[in-house]
Each structure stands twice: as C-alpha cells, then as structure tokens.
Design a protein around this ligand. Structure first.
Ligand code: NAP
Length: 290
C-alpha cells in the first residue's frame, strides 16, 4: 500500500517510520524539509509540497501541530486541495477541534475526495511501538481501506461516526489527562512540603487505584526535573483550550479543566511550551515557593 505522510514531528516521524518498517511505500513531506532525510534512509521518498504528495498517493495521512497548521496544509498554495480529487483519501490524525475538521472535510469532499479524521490517544512511545488508539470519524469506506495502516500504527481503532466525533473524543481524553497531570503535580509538591519522600508517594500510588501508566511513566522524571518532550506542553494547552471551547458550546461547567488550563498557560509564559507537558509541575512548584 502506498501512502503519503504530511508532518514529521515527534508523532509523525514515529508513525511514518512504522509504516515503512511494515512494508508500506511512504512519500513524506514536512514544512522543514530536512526532517524528511531520516525517513529517506528507511526507504521513504520526499514530496516537495503537500500537493505533490497528494498527487502521487491514493491515501495521504497528516499529523500536524494545531488547527491553523492543519488548515494551512490543506488550503494554502501548494496545499492538499490543489490535487485532491475523486478516488483519493485524506486522513487527518492531528488533534484539532470539530469545526476545523469539518471545514477540511467539506473542502475535500467538495472536490470529490474522501475524508477521515483520526486523532490518536497515546504519545511518543506508543507511536514508536505501534500502540496508539485511533479515534476515527467521517468516511466509513475510507476507514475500512485505512485499517491495514491503522493496524500498524495502533493497537485499537474506533470508528465514531460523523466528522467531529473523533476530534471531540480526543479533546475529552486530553482534558482529563491535563487535569490529572495538574492534580498529580500538586500531590508531589504537597508530599515534599509536608516532609514526605515524593519517590515513596510514587510507589504508594503505583500500588493503588490512582496509579496509571502516565503517573508511572512521568513521575520519576518529574522528580528529577527532566522534561524531555514526548508530548509538548504547548500542544497540551492547545487541547485544554479546545476542550474548554467544546464545554462552552455545550454549556458544561468545567472548573477543574479551566484551572488546569491556567497552569498550562502560565507554563507557556514561563517559556516551558516546548518541554513535555509534565513541566506544568514547575508552575505548581513556582507558585508554592517561598
Ligand atoms: P510536533 O513534534 O510539535 O510536530 C508538529 C508538526 O507540525 C511538525 O511536523 C511541524 O513542522 C508541523 N507544523 C507546525 N506548524 C505548521 C504549519 N504552519 N504548516 C505546516 N506544518 C506545520 O508535534 P507532535 O507531538 O508530533 O504532535 C502532532 C499532533 O499530534 C498535534 O496535533 C498533537 O496535539 C497531536 N498528538 C501529540 C501527541 C504526543 O504525545 N506528542 C499525542 C497525541 C496527539 P516543522 O517540523 O516544520 O516544525
């Protein structure tokens, strides 16, 4: 199966690498084109623009940072829309809001193309290991055709119905994750300030119901102030912002998420946006420093 891949950031690089390793022919494009070179070493070919990738491939996947970037690769000059046509499929796996996804879907389908949104749950390591959870919605036939690629990139795929439902599911998941990360950070600070060993807290959490892969995975590095990015904090704040907007639309009161969003915003203002989202721990530490 030949696929195009737009966006070789932390996630896109790992996902396209998996496709290559499993025998897919992959044509890659990235805004910073030099990032394509590593993939070429594994057999990928380079498309000079998103339009060039679409022209070459029947199916193209995108994994781009945020709504404005996702729109840009579709609507700008040399973008996806210039070459999408009947018989071609576009699968956007970026985390965006339902409105952005719908706008892209309408433009693609107006030109006869097929569209699927398919954001993912899971971070850098699951992407490397092909263990993502894929939250797809949109064109059911395209979903069925994409299953071989999804099976390589993920451990489970959901088809959630109409365009927007995948985006919504992803935002709900990440809103919960961002709030849990803030609560966990407060717990780590409280443990330390009240004279407990934070490492012992990690052990206790791991043995009880509150423990989770996220706490187990991030806790030790947070205690060492190591925030090497698996999920950049600026993207987590984007997801909190988009989830809060979804809450606005549906009149859902979410004070915990709103407070968590403030902490992520503060972290960005402290220059921590490119670090892992667990660096929000620094905000909690800072606001409790005497
Ligand atoms: P990343 O490492 O920051 O990569 C972002 C990608 O978007 C890069 O390829 C970047 O190109 C590209 N990009 C940014 N602005 C662009 C623009 N205006 N036009 C074209 N391309 C642009 O982010 P990531 O962690 O891979 O995340 C990608 C998406 O997956 C995001 O929506 C994120 O929320 C979602 N996600 C991430 C994780 C995770 O754990 N990392 C997990 C699940 C979902 P350059 O290389 O040129 O900057």
């Amino acid at each position: 199966m030949e696929v195009g891949f737009l966006g070789l950031g932390i996630m896109g690089k790992a996902m396209s690498m998996n496709l290559l390793k499993h025998g897919f022919k992959v044509t890659v494009w990235n805004r910073t084109l030099s990032k394509c070179n590593e993939l070429v070493e594994y057999g990928a070919t380079i498309g000079e623009t998103p339009a060039a990738v679409i022209k070459k491939c029947k199916y193209t996947i995108a994994m781009i940072s945020d709504p404005s970037a996702a729109l840009s690769v579709v609507f700008d000059k040399n973008g996806v829309l210039e070459e999408i046509c009947s018989g071609k499929g576009y699968i956007d796996m970026s985390t965006v809001d339902p409105e952005t996804s719908s706008k892209i879907s309408e433009a693609i389908t107006a030109k006869g193309g097929h569209f699927l949104e398919a954001p993912v749950s899971g971070s850098k390591k699951p992407a490397e290991d092909g263990q993502l959870v894929i939250l797809a919605a949109g064109d059911k036939a395209l979903y069925e055709e994409a299953i071989p690629a999804f099976n390589v990139m993920g451990k489970k795929s959901f088809f959630l119905g109409q365009v927007g439902n995948g985006a919504k599911m992803k935002l709900v998941v990440n809103m919960i994750m961002g709030s849990v990360m803030n609560a966990f950070s407060e717990g780590l600070v409280l443990a330390g300030k009240s004279g407990l060993n934070p490492n012992t807290l990690l052990e206790v959490l791991d043995l009880g119901a509150v423990g989770s892969p996220m706490i187990k995975g991030k806790g030790p590095s947070m205690i060492q102030s190591n925030y090497s990015p698996a999920f950049p904090l600026k993207h987590q704040q984007k997801d909190m912002r988009l989830a809060l907007a979804l809450g606005d639309e549906n009149a859902v009161s979410m004070p915990v998420a709103a407070a968590s969003n403030e902490a992520f915003k503060k972290a960005r203002s402290m220059g921590l946006g490119d670090l892992d989202f667990s660096a929000v721990f620094e905000v909690v530490k800072f606001s409790n420093s005497s």
